[in-house]
Ligand binder design. Structure first.
Ligand code: AMP
Length: 465
């Protein structure tokens, strides 16, 4: 993803010296476009709704001004949140000053890390904590006891902590909802609304999203007050990423993948599969071909997932095979290559997978391996994202004109003997299913185009507000 570095500098925001030195230590020289547009509004204490793609620098876009606001007496007194952080008035027991809601545990850890890094020179020390489900709640309850300045959480775990009286909300000054579109997709809406009701009415609200599905509109109206709306360039304008589509017979995908990994000198590769079992199988298949890889998906224990991600980030693991659990929240500088072994279910997920590479202005490469049954779905993905890729073939892996038979299912499954009558009714059933699928495909095309019109419509409405 192209990172737009602007001519302005961080000094122009009048950040404290502690923050400026931390920015320098991160190696950021100038603000990115999203940072340049959002930081002034957040510093003024305004509510902000921003459309920003992953990789655009959006985390620092809210972390930096929020850290500055925590030590600025004026900002939150303007919106009636006078209790502020300073040397004498620390956050009280079990209280929190800033809450950041994120869809995944991985993103929670990553965002809390950015807060800690950028706050490292601020005195007295700011406490930043990430909490999420899938691990014991007791250590998290203990960590909250002394109060926390910044809490990054998944919605469910935040409510669990509230149910256990482990967290008090009366000192909350700002709520950030990151990757709102993903949260809405994951049925978190009800949880977010419940959280909203627990918080003080007077607070600053910030929302970041890559897309604008209709579900966001209601949330924006319920949660935010006269937000400043910031929309940076459309996705396709920002791409610094080469996208390739390689057609291949389904049964040759593993060999082609191994060939591509060997032929190209990629330092690291993130491979996406649609199912957890496919990830595990693929790791075994690659191992048979003497290529080491690690699988990461939601069936793996949390500690295993964190270790997998850490090793991949540190460059110790070169090939990570993951479900879409990794399509958000992985931020690895210079991840050169993403491979779609299976296509993502939705065109939006394709955008998020693409966003894993070409980050921080580096060039990236995304390769989708498409077999016969995926041709039509890939066309929908292209249409929805306004891209059109040439279909490539690799010598030695040319596709058959007609789809070759899919590999046989597990030999353990006994073949059922059917009578003539049963066979007849099965054929009728299959015919109905095929018609339903055709109908569904047509419908989903219609829905896709409707959705983009709706997005434009909502976008327009929000802007007019
Ligand atoms: P994000 O979109 O927040 O996930 O950030 C994507 C990447 O951009 C991360 O690796 C950040 O460290 C990096 N980044 C953020 N802000 C800047 C900046 N102003 N200059 C250079 N890199 C940045």
């Amino acid at each position: 993803m192209k990172i737009d570095i602007l001519g302005t500098d961080f000094e122009s925001f009048s950040f404290s010296d502690e923050i400026l030195s931390a920015i320098k230590a991160m190696g950021f020289e100038n603000p990115t476009e999203i940072q340049d547009k959002t930081i002034p509004a957040i510093l003024e204490g305004k509510d902000v709704l921003a459309r920003a793609d992953t990789g655009s620098g959006k985390t620092a876009a809210f972390v930096l001004p929020l850290l500055d606001n925590l030590s600025n007496q004026n900002v939150y007194s303007k919106i009636g949140r006078t209790q502020r952080f300073n040397a004498t008035e620390r956050v009280a027991s079990n209280c929190v000053q800033i809450i950041v809601l994120v869809p995944t545990r991985e993103l929670a850890i990553q965002v809390a890390d950015v807060f800690s890094e950028l706050a490292k020179n601020i005195q007295p020390t700011l406490k930043c904590l990430s909490v999420y489900g899938g691990v014991k709640i007791n250590p998290q309850m203990q960590a909250l006891r002394g109060g926390v300045d910044v809490l990054v959480s998944t919605p469910g775990r935040l409510l669990n902590l509230a149910d256990q009286n482990a967290i008090k909300f009366n000192q909350v000054k700002a709520l950030v909802i990151d990757e709102v579109d993903r949260l809405m997709k994951g049925d978190f809406q009800e949880e977010i609304e419940r959280i909203g009701k627990l918080l003080p009415n007077k607070r600053q609200n910030l929302m970041f999203t890559a897309t604008f599905p209709e579900s966001i509109t209601a949330l924006v109206r319920n949660v935010m007050t006269a937000p400043e709306i910031i929309n940076i360039d459309e996705f396709e304008d920002e791409l610094e990423i080469e996208q390739r589509a390689i057609t291949v017979n389904h049964h040759q995908k593993n060999d082609l993948l191994a060939y591509l990994i060997r032929e190209n000198d990629w330092r690291q590769v993130l491979i996406f599969c649609s199912a957890k079992r496919t990830c595990d199988n693929l790791v075994k298949k690659l191992e048979k071909r003497e290529i080491e890889a690690v699988a990461m998906h939601s069936n793996k224990e949390q500690s295993v997932r964190i270790a997998a991600l850490k090793n991949f980030k540190a460059g110790k693991t070169h090939i990570l095979v993951a479900t879409d659990v990794a399509s958000r929240g992985i931020d690895i500088d210079q991840l050169p290559c993403v491979i779609n072994y299976d296509l993502p279910r939705s065109p939006n997920d394709y955008v998020h997978r693409v966003g894993r590479t070409g980050r921080a202005g580096e060039k990236g490469l995304v390769i989708s391996l498409i077999s016969h049954h995926e041709y039509q779905h890939f066309s929908v993905i292209e249409k929805r994202n306004s891209i059109q890729l040439e279909r490539e073939e690799i010598v030695g892996f040319e596709v058959d004109a007609v789809a070759p038979p899919m590999p046989k299912k597990s030999p353990k499954v006994k073949k059922v003997k059917r009578t003539k009558k049963q066979k007849g009714s099965l054929k009728r059933e299959q015919e109905t299913t095929r018609k339903t699928i055709d109908h569904y495909d047509q419908k989903s095309n219609d829905v896709e185009s409707l959705e983009s019109t709706a997005n434009a419509h909502i976008w327009g409405n929000l802007k007019k507000k």
